[in-house]
Structures are given as structure tokens and as C-alpha cells.
Ligand binder design. Structure first.
Ligand code: G3P
Length: 222
């Protein structure tokens, strides 16, 4: 069985800011080294540069705009996240939805700069649409399960299966992640057995008393 990507989104949880972000990154790096499984984290913009400089794990932005550098106040350009040390970015997260045109320009800009595009979607139909834009990853997350503590792998495995089929029908090279409520190695294994290349998750790690314990469990079936 091929090894999954585990991508931890720190969102804007206070348990994932500043020193807490460093604690989670330390745990992620330790578990990645122990297991040989890639564990990436997506910290807040404020923490992106220090985390990318201090750790060897892949670091992702939580959102990026497709705009060119210049007179665009408040925009986050791909150049800026690349200089800060990012390996890629989430795009169109359920908590940061974009227009189709915005998604396309963010993907193009990331790929121009050789960074990884992870486009989030909410069902199999939008997953197929996202795949047509040829990002490296499509991450299917049913919004009603996000942050719920109920795992998509157990509550709605069909949406994972349908999304994998939808994405690969459009473009077999696009990899698929899934997320929402992922909290254990069992959730990750189910997701991978259904054809995904890994998981995108947040609260189970970020809000844990001991994030390293959850991370060790997440990788335990591989
Ligand atoms: O970006 C991952 C996220 O939306 C899933 O959140 O807390 O359900 O793992 P959570």
C-alpha cells in the first residue's frame, strides 16, 4: 500500500498559533521521521515563514491569490508564500471559497512557481470540475462534517469513492485527498483503501492535548 500524505490545517485555532504551531510542527516532524510518512502543515500566514525555516516538513499556505505582485492591497501572492518557504497552498477551502476564475488563476500561479496546488471541494461534481483545472491535488471535504468530530471515512465513504472516480475520470494524474473529522489511523486507512492519496485534517490534531499521540495514530496503519 502506498504511503499517504497527511496534511494538517492549523486554521486560525488559537491552539495552532505561535508557539503552539511550533509544537505541532515539532510533533509532525518527529512522527514523519519515525514513520517515513509525509506530514505537512498549513499554519497561519504569520507563522508560515518561521515554521518553513525551522522545520523540514512541507509547509502550505491556507489560501493564495492568483494576482501578480504590484498594487493589490491585502492580497497574498504566490511569490510571497514562496519567499516565505511554502511548498504549496490550499485553494478554495470550505472556509475560504473562491470563484472558478480565482481558483484557476491561483493554480496557474502556483504551478508557474513550481508550488503544489491543493484545491478543496465539497462533493464529487465540484471535484470533477476542480480536476479539470489540473491541480496536483483535489481535497474533497463534506462541509457538514468539517470540525464535527465525525469522520468522513466512516460517515460518508461513498462521497470519497465517487470523488475519486470523478477526479480520475477527468484526469487520472490528479491526486485525491479527503477530509472532515479525520482522527485516527483507521480513518486514514479507509480513505486510502477507497483510492485517495491521503487526508486533510485539522481539529483532531490541533485541539489535542498531545498532538503527537494523534499523529502517531494517524500513521499507524502504514
Ligand atoms: O482543512 C481541513 C478541515 O477542513 C477538516 O477539519 O477539523 O474536520 O479535521 P476537521
Amino acid at each position: 500500500m502506498s504511503k499517504p500524505l497527511i496534511l494538517v490545517n492549523l486554521k486560525t485555532y488559537k491552539e495552532g498559533m505561535g508557539n503552539h504551531a511550533h509544537t505541532i510542527a515539532t510533533a509532525a516532524q518527529t512522527v514523519a521521521q519515525e514513520s517515513g510518512i509525509t506530514i505537512g502543515i498549513a499554519p497561519s500566514y504569520i507563522d508560515l515563514h518561521p515554521i518553513a525555516r525551522h522545520f523540514m516538513i512541507p509547509v502550505y499556505a491556507q489560501h493564495v491569490d492568483g494576482s501578480e505582485p504590484g498594487a493589490h492591497t491585502g492580497q497574498i501572492t504566490v511569490e510571497a508564500i514562496k519567499l516565505a518557504g511554502a511548498n504549496g497552498s490550499l485553494i478554495n477551502h470550505s472556509e475560504r471559497r473562491l470563484t472558478l476564475a480565482d481558483i484557476e488563476s491561483s493554480i496557474k500561479s502556483l504551478q508557474t512557481h513550481k508550488l503544489v496546488a491543493v484545491v478543496c471541494t465539497n462533493n464529487d461534481i465540484t471535484s470533477a470540475a476542480a480536476a479539470a483545472l489540473t491541480p496536483e491535488y483535489v481535497a474533497i471535504e463534506p462541509p457538514e462534517l468539517i470540525g464535527s468530530g465525525v469522520s468522513v471515512s466512516k460517515a460518508n465513504p461513498d462521497i470519497i469513492k465517487r470523488s475519486v472516480t470523478a477526479v480520475h475520470t477527468v484526469n487520472p494524474k490528479v491526486k485525491v485527498l479527503t477530509g472532515a473529522g479525520i482522527q485516527s489511523g483507521e480513518c486514514v486507512k479507509i480513505a486510502v483503501d477507497l483510492g485517495t492519496d491521503g487526508v486533510l485534517l485539522a481539529s483532531s490534531v490541533v485541539k489535542a492535548q498531545e498532538p503527537i499521540k494523534i499523529l502517531r495514530d494517524l500513521v499507524s496503519k502504514f
